[in-house]
Design a protein around this ligand. Sequence first.
Ligand code: ADP
Ligand code: MG
Length: 94
Amino acid sequence: MVQESLTNVARHARARHVEVRVGLRRDGSRTEIEVEVGDDGCGLGDAPTPGRHGLTGMHERVAEVDGRLELQRAPAGGLCVRARLPQPAALTTP
Ligand SMILES: Nc1ncnc2c1ncn2[C@@H]1O[C@H](COP(=O)(O)OP(=O)(O)O)[C@@H](O)[C@H]1O
Ligand SMILES: [Mg+2]
């Protein structure tokens, strides 16, 4: 997801800065892994380009592990792609 998002920033965003954030976040009793890639470029615009599979593929891969993918306007003005993934049981501290 990070690789695809950074490729998108380089290809499409005309950004000056890009920020990658990875963290853990509590949602009630469960802990989620949050991964965000935000840029200060031109943003998505109104009409998503049809026939492209990068964003679709990210949605599908995140859904496969019961996560969610959100696209938002980044605080810096460009696009922010955020994935929230349930923490795998193997990583849970006893
Ligand atoms: N960070 C971004 N900033 C601006 N536009 C973006 C960004 N990421 C994606 N886009 C837009 O969304 C479209 C779809 O992205 P994607 O599904 O990855 O396809 P592709 O990269 O092959 O064009 C891109 O063609 C581009 O118009
Ligand atoms: Mg792409």
